[in-house]
Write a protein that binds this ligand. Sequence first.
Ligand SMILES: Cc1cc2nc3c(=O)[nH]c(=O)nc-3n(C[C@H](O)[C@H](O)[C@H](O)COP(=O)(O)O)c2cc1C
Length: 190
Amino acid sequence: MIHEKIISRRSIRKYAQKPVPKETLVRCIEAARLSPSGANRQPLKYVVVNEEDLLTKVFQATRWAGYLPEWGPSADEAPQAYVAILLDTNISKSPGHDAGIAAMSISMVAFDEGLGSCMLGSIDRPKLRELLKVPDHLEILFLVAIGYAAEQPTTDEVKEESIRYWLDEDSCLHVPKRSAEEILRWNTYE
Ligand SMILES: Cc1cc2nc3c(=O)[nH]c(=O)nc-3n(C[C@H](O)[C@H](O)[C@H](O)COP(=O)(O)O)c2cc1C
């Protein structure tokens, strides 16, 4: 069921060192390609990274788990693929909401095929432009890291107003989510 999949997906930051099947990456991009797009402009382009040397270099241009700076992935827990989501500024000067939608499509197809992912906005864009040979008219929006999960984060309630994810004594990541009572009103916002 899609509801079960969506609510159980968590961002994965530690990955098994096992290659991501190319067919899965192709299906991820197919899902992004056919996702909703404002005015159907489809201004996004994608670079999929799955070569070993490049994976190592791209990993060095990423930043992980800002709330837990000591904890992110080590080199032997690094993602085994990335999708760089790019804006073609010859088509549109702004991505609108398209990039987030595409990223979620990619993440959910990966998850449905047994893989974890993490959207990465905290990235060294000049470095990535050089590494991925991205031409000037394409803006690097963010990355989606993909790989087989080597951790099992869990959701939690937001306690004492803190939305910071945290680690328990078994190094299991807890991700606080705001309650339905806090975020939802029916019909009118009162
Ligand atoms: C646009 C966007 C950018 C993100 N950038 C990063 C990032 O640079 N590094 C990171 O470790 N996580 C990043 N995340 C993951 C969020 O921290 C994560 O989605 C949030 O903590 C909620 O956890 P969940 O995805 O497991 O529900 C990003 C998520 C989004 C949506």
